[in-house]
Write a protein that binds this ligand. Structure first.
Ligand code: NAP
Length: 340
């Protein structure tokens, strides 16, 4: 296992992050406590230290399982990320949202469930399109000053909001967001339009969620196996079938699993990326851990790029037009060093 620096911080995190949305058996799927403990043992024994959860996962069960596990381990070894914003109950309008009151309440509840007195990385989970971003950053900065949180991060939020927040934080001397969690995989490439260029500009690490498309990219549904993705899911369609076929072809050529190919692709896209990968069985995690030794050639990456390509739309595709490049660079486009 290698360790990467998380964004512009000095924090060292394993090159794979363990997603724990499936810790707990609520909603008819997931790993029970014993299996979740075995998954965390396997991850830690392989050198993994970066664990991702949220207040809402399995209605708090994910955090409780991690808390029980970590309280019997060396807490300091783990870089524990959790999230606030989503509802803990339906009786209080401020038990959800990005507002400061919910942040403080949610963090206190998470600390209890996680049986710890600090969270390493606190994400805003999903943007509510209501709360001023300075309220969020100031709130997390206060938690950092109190010693309850070490670093700030953000997930599922428009690029312009994150950019405004990080610029304000820099001016105000507050802690900036160091990581950006977005759905990113061969099935879901639209973050390439605005979010990923923004993250690169601010030196943030991108932490792709659902890097296996919830399991679709492992090829298991094409093999007729069952999992939590139902046949009517938007993730199972002609496009995802074609992409998965290419992933399987490359995996067969290399003698590795399709999931390894799909996971590796998320780390080879020219920006700092640490996939947050879920597993509900130890064998799945063991397979996913093999990704760290995988090497994809330029030809493999090109094939995967082509089969999963998306239009960037305006202005990304406009900037690529020959006439626009000639006008913008006065004929020197190919001879000028590019920043990103
Ligand atoms: N920020 C957000 O809004 C957000 C949203 C969603 C998730 N997340 C985070 O991202 C993490 C990962 O997301 P995800 O679980 O949706 O997607 P994922 O990592 O793409 O898929 C994980 C699922 O794929 C299957 N799987 C994993 N490894 C496998 C293998 N080697 N062979 C066969 N099947 C395998 C398992 O499905 P089965 O259980 O069906 O076998 C597993 O639950 C979550 O745990 C959570 O921490 C964040």
């Amino acid at each position: 296992m290698k360790y990467k620096l998380l964004g512009r911080s000095g924090l060292k995190v394993s090159e794979l992050c363990l997603g724990t949305m499936g810790f707990g058996t609520e909603a008819g799927w997931g790993a029970d406590k014993e299996t979740s403990f075995a998954i965390m043992d396997t991850f830690a024994n392989a050198g993994g230290n970066f664990i991702d959860t949220a207040n809402i996962y399995k209605l708090g069960t994910s955090e409780k399982i991690i808390g029980e596990y970590i309280s019997k381990q060396d807490r300091d070894y783990f870089v524990l990320a959790t999230k606030y914003s989503l509802k803990d109950n339906l009786t209080n309008p401020n038990a959800s949202g990005n507002n400061r009151k919910n942040m403080m309440r949610s963090v206190e509840e998470s600390l209890k469930r996680l049986k710890t007195d600090f969270i390493d990385l606190l994400y805003l989970h999903i943007w509510d399109d209501l709360t001023p971003i300075d309220e969020v950053l100031r709130g997390i900065d206060d938690l950092i000053r109190e010693g309850k949180v070490n670093y700030a991060a953000i997930s599922d939020t428009p690029a312009w909001v994150v950019a405004k927040g990080n610029t304000l934080a820099e001016l105000m001397g507050w802690s900036q967001f160091v990581a950006l969690q977005v759905e990113y995989s061969l099935l879901s490439r639209t973050p390439e339009r605005e979010l990923i260029p923004m993250a690169k500009h601010f030196g943030m690490t991108v932490t792709p969620w659902a890097p296996l498309g919830g399991g679709v990219l492992t090829g298991k549904y094409q093999r007729g196996e069952h999992g939590r993705i139902k046949p009517e899911s938007v993730r199972l369609n002609e496009r995802s079938t074609n992409i998965t076929k290419e992933v399987i072809a490359i995996a067969d050529e290399l003698g590795i699993s399709p999931g390894n190919v799909a996971l590796k692709w998320t780390t080879e896209q020219g920006f700092s990326s640490i996939p947050v990968v879920g597993a509900t069985k130890v064998s799945q995690l063991q397979d996913n851990l093999k990704t760290i030794d995988v090497k994809l050639t330029k030809e493999h990456l090109q094939k995967l790029d082509e089969v999963s390509a998306i239009p960037l739309g305006f202005p990304g595709d406009f900037f690529k037009e020959e006439g626009v490049k000639t006008n913008t660079f006065g004929g020197f486009y190919d001879r000028v060093e590019k920043r990103f």
